[in-house]
Design a protein. Structure first.
Length: 355
């Protein structure tokens, strides 16, 4: 049995059909940086109680039992709890689950430190690493830690994703990218800053890129927050309240396998991850009684459109009924297959999907 405060669940109980294969697990909301675009408003003094080792180990075990094949350890800054992260990765490795991590890379301040820490992470089971570096992170540290990590990774033939967020007319992007020139193991990935968390208050109105089309890759991977909630995505949904469709439920109330199945089976979430929030807008506009839904002429980003629609309970209820019909269900199934096939064929990758 796996025990949590308030609930006891069977670690290997028979569950529903396999749900998400990849999840994110927030080991802390705290971070040694206070980036002005952070979707979960991380900082050294972020509020909330940090999950303890037993809670996080229980989550890893429940995830493995539910058919999860890959866990991305995230934050905040997960390497602020390095010993715990290594312990979690070793447990995941024991259970046959791959480990990934998203980090700001502060631990790579010197080439020797980068090599030492990366070697320990790989030994513990790390198979994929993402380092964030952009103008927001550059306010706290230069490119050297990320460059040192990429250089160390080359010794292991280990690719590193370098995440770079941007706004409209991004200034200084060449300077952000230049340190990684000639480094074949650095895979640069560009993302739009979204109007959630700290960014909703700090980014000027004329800086938003305002892209809302396409499917949302992030909604394909449920995220478990520091306080044990299962969210539709990692970051943008963090502050949504209980009962909101992007807030799937709490591990204190329901087993992880059930929550992952709920994430999989919700037609609203399935539409977001296969056809995108714009499809929600199109379908809602066709429904009787929603002809005058207060859509805005312009949204600052995909997440703002998504949150505007999903924060209206009456709209969500109507969309769930509409999107559950056979035509919409079949279209989503076909689109999910197409997305998966294109990824496998190399025609679609995380490098070119704005998640």
């Amino acid at each position: 049995m796996t025990t949590r405060p308030g609930i006891t669940v069977a670690a290997h109980a028979a569950g529903p059909a396999r749900s998400a294969e990849h999840i994110a697990l927030m080991v802390t909301r705290r971070c040694n940086m206070t980036c002005s675009h952070c979707s979960v408003e991380s900082s050294p003094h972020a509020e909330g109680v940090q999950p303890n080792e037993q809670e996080l180990l229980a989550t890893v075990r429940e995830a493995a039992a539910a058919g999860v094949t890959s866990i991305q350890f995230t934050g905040g800054e997960p390497m602020m709890r390095q010993k715990l992260v290594l312990r979690l990765m070793r447990e995941a490795q024991r259970l046959g689950v791959r480990s990934a991590m998203a980090t700001n890379g502060f631990w790579g301040r010197t080439p020797a430190a980068a090599m030492r820490h990366l070697r320990a992470l790989i030994k513990a089971g790390l198979t994929r690493l993402t380092v964030s570096y952009d103008r927001y992170h550059a306010e706290f540290q230069g490119p050297e830690p990320a460059v040192n990590i990429v250089a160390a990774a080359r010794r292991f033939s280990f690719p590193v994703n370098v995440n770079i967020t941007r706004v409209a007319g991004e200034q200084g992007l060449d300077g952000i990218v230049k340190p990684f020139e000639g480094m074949p193991t650095a895979h640069l990935r560009f993302y739009d800053v979204q109007p959630v968390g700290a960014a909703a208050r700090t980014i000027a109105d004329d800086e938003w890129r305002g892209e809302t089309s396409g499917f949302c890759n992030a909604c394909g991977n449920p995220a478990i927050t520091d306080d044990g909630r299962v969210m539709a995505c990692n970051g943008p949904s963090y502050f949504t309240p209980a009962g909101h469709p992007l807030n799937v439920g709490s591990l204190r109330e329901r087993p992880l396998a059930d929550l992952l199945a709920a994430h999989r089976d919700d037609p609203v979430l399935d539409t977001i991850r296969t056809l995108g929030p714009e499809r929600l807008r199109e379908e809602l506009a066709r429904l009787p009684g929603f002809e005058t839904f207060p859509f805005r002429d312009h949204y600052r980003g995909m997440c703002e459109l998504c949150l505007h629609i999903t924060s209206r309970p009456e709209a969500v209820a109507a969309l769930r009924e509409r999107l559950s019909d056979s035509r919409n269900t079949a279209e989503r199934f076909a689109m999910a297959r197409l997305i998966a096939d294109q990824r496998r064929a190399g025609g679609l990758s995380r490098q070119i999907v704005n998640a």
